[in-house]
Design a protein around this ligand. Structure first.
Ligand code: FE2
Length: 330
């Protein structure tokens, strides 16, 4: 198979699909180059449509459980939510985290000590407003100095996204742009830059934004520094439309931890991690030790039945305020 046919970036024709994993090394290399060049790359038809359908069902069920618990979800503006479902209740996690492309790409980008530390879902509901163009975190000094990424965000839509149903937008190639005048820094890292471009710079990014329509079975891999945003929902479609967010980090990332002992020592609930039960961890350790080695996790219950009500720690201050990151919180 031609190498070009294996890699499909957002602008490639839809016929560019993954047909075989035999040439995975070249495929991953092309994705790696696309991420450094464009800030994003897409793997098409990497998982079965049925995988997305099952995940859609599981995430929707868990979202409703999280929505009715105080602190169970993080607000992302009007009618838009983020939350982190338990992986054992959304077992689609397993196929994505253990996907040969994700494993090989994580190794290529971060070496063998990468960690998977986030499994969340973004849910724009009908009427959700378009998001302010943003980075998901401020660029840290390591990336600024070395122009090296320390994390990737993997996105997989659970439905085929229609143009009026809040599609994802991104300004390709903006991942290393200077954000010294962006609004909203990082209190934990005073050397870090801002997250939200203002005024002319905002308009400049909005003009550059490309729309990407998520499809079941595809996943994208991007730097969360690439300026992006969810667009407005202009549909009354009653179906939920979750997009999965899975984050992978390198040992150079501030959120990387060696293992659960270090996580406990650091005693900061805001450090992202996968929360699971001892029962499920025992199962993973027995049957999938390679995956466990790459998980940043915390055991929060003895069994699946004992898992506590959802609590989402992961907040993005500017986006809580909806379409104005500079507004003060009520
Ligand atoms: Fe974002």
């Amino acid at each position: 198979m031609e190498r070009q046919n294996l890699v499909a970036t957002a602008s490639a024709p839809r016929s560019a699909t993954i047909q075989s994993l035999t040439d995975i090394k070249d495929f991953v290399e092309d994705m790696y180059e696309a991420i450094y060049r464009d800030g994003i790359a897409v793997a098409r038809k990497a998982l079965p449509v049925a995988w997305a359908d099952t995940l859609n069902h599981d995430v929707a069920r868990e979202f409703l459980r999280a929505l009715f618990v105080p602190g169970g979800t993080a607000a992302r503006g009007y009618n838009r939510y983020y939350f982190e479902p338990y992986i054992e209740l959304t077992p689609g996690f397993f196929a994505l985290a253990g996907h040969p492309i994700i494993i090989a790409l994580s190794r290529r980008m971060f070496g063998d000590d990468y960690r998977i530390l986030e499994w969340g879902a973004d849910l724009p509901l009908p009427g959700a407003e378009g998001q302010w163009p943003h980075r998901d975190f401020a660029m840290e000094e390591f990336t600024l100095k070395n122009r090296r990424l320390t994390s990737i965000a993997v996105n997989a839509s659970c439905i085929d996204v229609a143009p009026n149903n809040a599609p994802f937008q991104i300004a390709k190639g903006s991942q290393f742009d200077d954000g010294a005048d962006f609004y909203g820094g990082d209190q934990a890292d005073p050397a870090a830059q801002g997250m939200f471009p203002l005024d002319d710079r905002r308009r400049e990014y909005e003009a550059r934004m490309e729309t990407m329509l998520g499809e079941r079975g595809n996943f994208s891999v991007r730097s969360a520094l690439t300026i992006h945003g969810g667009s407005a929902s202009e549909t009354n479609n009653s179906r939920l439309r979750p997009t999965i967010v899975m984050s992978v980090v390198s040992p150079d990332d501030r959120n990387w931890v060696s293992g659960p002992e270090e996580l406990a020592r650091r005693d900061d609930p805001h450090i992202p991690r996968i929360r699971l039960s001892r029962e499920y961890l025992d199962h993973l350790e027995r049957d999938h030790p390679d995956l466990v080695r790459h998980l940043s996790y915390e055991v929060v219950a003895p069994t699946t039945a004992d898992l506590p009500p959802y609590h989402t720690w992961h907040t993005l201050e500017g986006l809580i305020m909806g379409n104005d990151p500079t507004a003060k919180r009520p």
